[in-house]
Design a protein around this ligand. Structure first.
Ligand SMILES: Nc1nc2c(c(=O)[nH]1)N[C@H]1C(S)=C(S)[C@@H](COP(=O)(O)O)O[C@H]1N2
Ligand SMILES: [Mo]
Length: 388
């Protein structure tokens, strides 16, 4: 598909060796049993009607490693999928800064390195019948954003940081107050305070190798703890402004509309998709001899515990895979299901965060009164048929 220059190929093979070491360290950090058989869910996602936008969704039944390999990582592209020639590429930092900058990838790589393992989920995940695998966990490497912004020197009136992607598309904005056609780049912004969070990195490596093209080569923002949309890929420019910013992906698409209650009064709230929300999902049911096991993942907030409900039974405590693997990474959990009756069953999971907050049920007003598909963190129920 893409022409890989020989020089990069050699660099790539050293990186692949590093990846092998990295993956073997974590490959077994997963509660699977040797020779188990996975029983596919009865409910399967619908055919993807937008194969150019959403690629490579996670197939939950296949989940068998804590780190998602790069070739199995989902990718989203709302406009085009740019192929960037790094020899002509620079990251611009400008707007309300005292010292505008333009940095090559090599220059960015000489700056301090920082790693974070972060599970990135698209906020549209589970919002559509065809979109249930918009999630993956990777180890991202780059250089801290805050240091660069500090070096550029944000001016006193700078309050908003805009991350511009290279990808662009034609947008028509037509309603009762305007009728505008524009060609706009992908752009998302953050408040200066959010942008200065020391966890944010300008990322050029994913799981120990150069950032793959579908995931933003040569550079993307990784904002741990935020929904996917904040993590701008194919970065071109970082700009500081003195006012709120609303592009298509801030103010129109990726906007959650909820009917909320405020002291008995109904309030219609429209909010731009923001930090990730507490969530879990059953991944698979496996069988070894006659013993069954339910395995799944939980993410979006520091996880305290995970509970599983089979049919209309009680909530049962799942075992969370041990080891502190970082607060931005998903936790893998499992529950043994000793002697299921043959026939159809439902499996539902709910995550509970460290402060006791519970992932909402689908009929909780938080979910039931949400009118848009983004930020769908309601409990996920799957259906399964246990053979007779
Ligand atoms: N430039 C750019 N960045 C982008 C997008 C995009 O279309 N263009 N999609 C966003 C969305 S909606 C998600 S969910 C994440 C997905 O990251 P991934 O493609 O590496 O999985 O990238 C985000 N960053
Ligand atoms: Mo997304």
């Amino acid at each position: 598909m893409f022409h890989i220059p020989r020089r990069d190929f050699i660099k790539g093979s050293a990186a692949l060796a590093a990846l092998a070491v990295f993956q073997s360290r974590f490959a077994h950090a997963f509660p699977s049993r040797p020779d188990e058989t996975v029983i596919p869910w009865l409910d399967q996602p619908a055919a993807n009607p937008v194969p150019e936008v959403i690629k490579n969704q996670l197939v939950w039944e296949d989940l068998d490693s804590w780190v998602t390999p790069n070739d199995k990582f989902f990718s989203i592209a709302h406009f085009d999928r740019p192929v960037i020639d790094v020899s002509n590429w620079k990251l611009e930092i400008d707007g309300l800064v005292k010292k505008p900058m333009a940095l090559t990838l090599a220059e960015l790589k000489t700056r301090p390195r920082q790693n974070v393992t972060f599970t990135i989920e698209c906020s549209g995940n589970h919002g559509f019948p065809f979109f249930t695998g918009g999630i993956g966990n990777a180890r991202w490497t780059g250089t801290p954003l805050a240091d660069l912004l500090a070096e550029a020197g944000v001016m006193k009136n700078g309050i908003e940081v805009i991350f511009w992607g290279t990808d662009a598309g034609d947008i028509v904005l037509k309603d009762d107050i305007r009728d505008v056609k524009m060609h706009q780049n992908f752009a998302r912004s953050m408040s200066l305070t959010d942008a200065m969070n020391p966890n944010n990195i300008l990322c050029y490596e994913m799981n120990g190798v150069e950032l793959p093209a579908p995931n933003g080569f040569p550079l993307r923002l990784i904002a741990p703890g935020w929904y996917g949309i904040a993590n701008v890929k194919w970065l071109k420019r970082i700009e500081v402004r003195d006012r709120r910013f609303e592009s298509k992906l801030m103010g129109r698409d990726y906007v959650t509309i909820r009917e909320e209650d405020h002291n008995g009064e109904t309030v219609w709230a429209e909010t731009s998709v923001g930090p990730a929300l507490l969530k879990s999902a059953p991944a698979k049911v496996s069988r070894k001899d006659n013993s069954y096991r339910i395995t799944g993942a939980a993410w979006g907030a520091p996880i305290g515990k995970v509970e599983v409900k089979i049919d209309d039974g009680p909530w049962l405590n799942a075992t969370i895979d041990d080891g502190d693997k970082g607060k931005f990474a998903w936790k893998i959990w499992y529950l043994d299901w000793p002697a299921p009756a043959s026939g159809e069953h439902t499996v539902t999971s709910r995550a509970i965060d460290e402060s006791g907050q519970i992932q909402p049920a689908m009929d909780d007003p938080w979910i039931a009164k949400k009118k848009t598909y983004w930020e769908s963190n309601g409990q996920v129920t799957r259906r399964i048929k246990i053979p007779g």
